[in-house]
Write a protein that binds this ligand. Structure first.
Ligand code: ADP
Length: 491
């Protein structure tokens, strides 16, 4: 299994989230806009249907009234004034009992009218925008010629016919009379984003025309600015979250480094070393003075044994004091309850944690660490904090070694494996390696070849590993570089 910290991978989840949230928002915005358009369209279509139905019903009423008036007063010709009241009625025909209709279709319509006892349609010619409605009655039957355009109550019409994006027409028997063309959307071949349709037959059987309304929504009608603003808003919000999370991670990392890292601990150890030198200097000086005095008193003739004994006593006291100082310091550095905290630890998880902590250091040096796991993940017996400290020290040393070679030649490989009853972590770098004459000394306290180095990292690590029943071994690698192999008993 290979693990490589890829910078692209870091942004992929954010990019993915941005795309997802943006797309969901864009779809919702589009849906909402389409719903608004559809509702407005349906309202207009229903109003148009109602207005046209009212007019059609009016025609039936007019015909009925005519036939009634005629039967009451045979001499009257009330139809002559109808056109002034109903401009859509452009012609009226009347057939008395013995007369004939001028055309067969008017005759057929009258037959139908008598059969169904209502007005009936004859000769609908939508190319001219006209149709006849006939009412058969005694003694006189009537037919009115309707002009469709004049039939539309334009003052009450729900749309501006010239500019409205809704196409409206009356359909009958394969003919269509266009009431309004429906704007540019209907001049294009493509139906655009969506097409809404409305069909409803007029509310009278005598004029069974289908009111057809259509609305095409073009791509240019979608709220692009709103969508753009949404995607920008999502990007901004995600950026805020990302920066917030990164700051939190950085803060946690800094706290971790402070908790067990080079920074605080080695600084403290450095101060301790200085303090130790200071504290030991006094008893050592006193011991020297006492030993010199005893030497002088014993060389006297006769030797002053009493005073020499007191001087030696004093030296012993000072030596005791020095020993106390050393013991006290050892207690500060050592962790006496380490054994108690030993538990099963996933070495791979801990290695990743240590790498995560040093991510900025790696990035600064253009190093992409590689983790190789030979076999299944395993657990070792260790004290987690101490183990992380050790891995951290080894990684820091490797980074410092890699500083000494050109950026293109830097590689850091961490190999996790098991053998026998133990689990191993090898930290391999392509730095300059360890000089042959110093390789035996690097685990000594205060041994360092680095200017400003304390020489405590490896010695501390080795004693911590030993405390957990493991080993830490350093070797050089061919053609170049060092390898530190950490061995711990398997859990
Ligand atoms: P410091 O890092 O303060 O020098 P350490 O105990 O960590 O103390 O290391 C002791 C010495 O071991 C270093 O000064 C260096 O010479 C050597 N050393 C440690 N790690 C490496 C490494 N990866 N490559 C080469 N030399 C190393």
């Amino acid at each position: 299994m290979l693990y490589r910290a890829n910078p692209l991978k870091r942004y992929a989840p954010w990019l993915g989230s941005w795309l997802l949230v943006s797309c969901v928002g864009v779809v919702l915005i589009t849906q909402s806009e389409l719903t608004t358009i559809r509702e407005a369209f349906e309202t207009d279509a229903r109003i148009a249907h109602r207005l046209l139905s009212q007019r059609a019903v009016q025609h039936d009423a007019v015909l009925s009234t005519l036939t009634l008036l005629r039967s009451a007063d045979t001499q009257a010709e009330p139809e002559q004034r109808l056109s002034s009241v109903y401009p859509q009625i452009i012609s009226i025909l009347r057939r008395s009992r013995d007369a004939h209709w001028p055309t067969a279709s008017l005759q057929a319509a009258e037959t139908e009218s008598r059969r169904f006892k209502r007005a009936a349609l004859a000769e609908a010619d939508f190319s001219k925008g006209r149709y006849w409605v006939v009412m058969g009655a005694e003694p006189t039957s009537y037919a009115v010629l309707i002009d469709i355009h004049s039939m539309v109550p334009w003052q009450e019409w729900p749309a501006q016919p010239a500019t409205s994006p809704v196409r409206m027409a009356l359909d009958y028997g394969g003919q269509a009379f266009e009431l309004q063309p429906g704007g540019v959307q209907f001049q294009r071949a493509s139906p655009g984003v969506r097409q809404f349709d409305f069909h409803k037959v007029l509310a009278t059987d005598s004029q069974p025309f289908d009111v057809v309304a259509q609305r095409r929504v073009g791509w240019d009608e979608l709220p692009w600015v709103m969508m753009l603003l949404w995607t920008l808003l999502v990007a901004a919000l995600l950026q805020v979250v990302r920066v917030g999370l990164r700051q939190a991670t950085d803060r946690r990392r800094a706290e971790e480094l402070l908790r067990f890292g080079q920074v605080a601990r080695l600084n403290t150890l450095g101060e301790l070393a200085a303090g130790m030198a200071h504290e030991l200097n006094q008893p050592l000086t006193a011991m020297l003075a006492n030993a010199q005095a005893a030497n002088r008193l014993l060389n006297e003739d006769p030797p002053d044994l009493h005073l020499a004994q007191a001087a030696i006593q004093g030296a012993v006291g000072q030596a005791q004091r020095a020993s106390d100082v050393v013991n006290r310091l050892r207690h500060v550095v050592e962790q006496p309850d380490e054994q108690a905290k030993i538990q099963a630890v996933d070495l791979q998880v801990l290695t990743r944690q240590a790498l995560h902590l040093l991510e900025p250091e790696m990035q600064r040096r253009s190093i992409e660490p590689i983790i190789q796991l030979a076999g299944a993940p395993f657990q070792v017996r260790a004290e987690p904090v101490a183990l992380e400290q050790i891995i951290h020290n080894l990684l820091m040393n490797a980074l410092q070694a890699l500083d000494q070679v050109p950026a293109g030649e830097r590689s850091l490989v961490l190999v996790l494996s098991t053998s026998g009853g133990s689990g191993q972590l090898s930290v391999c770098d392509t730095g300059p390696g360890i000089a042959v004459d110093v390789i035996t000394r690097i685990f000594e306290p205060f041994f360092t070849t680095r200017p400003g180095g304390l020489g405590l990292g490896l010695s501390l690590s080795e004693s911590l590993v030993a405390g957990m029943g493991g080993t830490l071994v350093a070797t050089n690698r061919a053609p170049r570089g060092a390898e530190f192999c950490l061995n711990l008993p398997l859990a």
